[in-house]
Ligand binder design. Sequence first.
Ligand SMILES: [Zn+2]
Length: 162
Amino acid sequence: MASQFCGMNKQEHASAVIRVTKVFHFEMAHALHGYNGKCAQLHGHSYALHVTVKGIPVTDPERSDSGMVIDFGDLKKTVNAAVVNRFDHALLLNERDRGAFDDAHTMFNRVEFTVFQPTCENLLLEIVQALKDRLPDGVTLCALRLWETPNSHAEWMEGDQG
Ligand SMILES: [Zn+2]
């Protein structure tokens, strides 16, 4: 009997904040300027980026994203445009190493000299800046986790910020 099919079908869910996460992957090379360890060498990582946003699911039944905080497809497009397309198969070098790598642009066309040390932590801060103004109204960035290796990741949490 339809009326007993679902206990919630006669009333709306109460509004509640929900977090949703999408996972992205990109390959990126870097070298850490002045670092006392192996990461001073030119090398690459297979990064995994977990993007978590939060909001109240859309309640308008006429909208295609009804019941969603954000359409996963829209989140994918936004993160790909702002982050993955920039970093995937790119080489990030500290601006302070430009002298040693000045001709890298002639060999590769995806080279970016950064004003920051291209660590996992600093990449997260770049990603926050790239994403924070690109999300729809009512949807906010609440956590980013960037895995540099299967054993090492850094995270940015909205609640930790001042
Ligand atoms: Zn590294």
